[in-house]
Design a protein around this ligand. Sequence first.
Ligand SMILES: Nc1nc2c(ncn2[C@@H]2O[C@H](COP(=O)(O)OP(=O)(O)OP(=O)(O)O)[C@@H](O)[C@H]2O)c(=O)[nH]1
Ligand SMILES: [Mg+2]
Length: 293
Amino acid sequence: MSKSAFVAIVGRPSAGKSTLLNALCGAKVSIVSPVPQTTRNTVKGIINRKEGQLVFLDTPGFHISEKKLNLKLKTVAVNALNDADLIIYLIDATREPGSEEEQLAAAIKPFSARIVAAVNKIDHKDADADRAEAFVKEQLPAISGTTIRISAREQQGLDELVETLLERAPEGPLWYPEEYYTDQDPVFRIAEIIREKAILHTREELPHALYIDYQDSRKLNDGSLEAQFDIVVERDSQKGIIIGKGGSMIRKIREEAEADLAEIFDYPVRLRLQVRVDPSWKHDDKRLDSLIY
Ligand SMILES: Nc1nc2c(ncn2[C@@H]2O[C@H](COP(=O)(O)OP(=O)(O)OP(=O)(O)O)[C@@H](O)[C@H]2O)c(=O)[nH]1
Ligand SMILES: [Mg+2]
């Protein structure tokens, strides 16, 4: 019998959860940006070792807000906690734990028996791993084992983290074939990569104002996939920013996304991007249900 576990990765926005998932899987599974609340769905990444299989669940950052979108993101994270055999509680060593970190710790406290605590960004000059570790001891005294110090970006401490998880994983069947490293469908992955590029090149409220809407796709004779997506924003002024002078911004987003997609898929993906305005998508329950689940 082999071991297998679903492992939720939880933490505040920008703690480095998606960077950790990618480092563990050795591939870009989940998009990453310096903007908090980049991840909007539970994104799965799978690794296999001789001891068994770990299925990681990347989750939206835990953020306190009464806005509809934020409440939905929180529900996604809480559902992942409930689904998980083990939980990585990821703390950003560069930030002082404030009330949001305390509220997150309180929310995961009932799951203490399943938690492995990890302090991230120890490579950073502002990192204070002792402070983060003391916070864990104080707020979550019931979790067992030591807090593991890692750098997701520099890939430090990851072997120790995986070993600890495998030690604590229950016996069980392999949920995915060994060649899988994610379960995401291609349309979702392409939309996410486009969203990452759009986030990386915009600022302030724009990263949170947009979503990517799939329109159509077809296989071309040369074996490539032509896929059409709308970049949807909330206001006309934002539309202008995404298009850029003479279309320069949307071209950059397309070219960078296509370059990333070339690493992921074994056929070329040609993108057709357009910008659309939808002022009320964040208040549209149906739309939110289709985007965040
Ligand atoms: N120095 C340093 N930076 C890191 C590390 N891990 C992540 N980062 C950076 O932190 C920022 C946020 O990383 P993400 O992986 O998107 O964080 P996240 O927790 O998934 O964020 P949300 O999805 O918004 O909740 C990015 O700029 C990363 O490059 C690390 O180990 N060291
Ligand atoms: Mg993320």
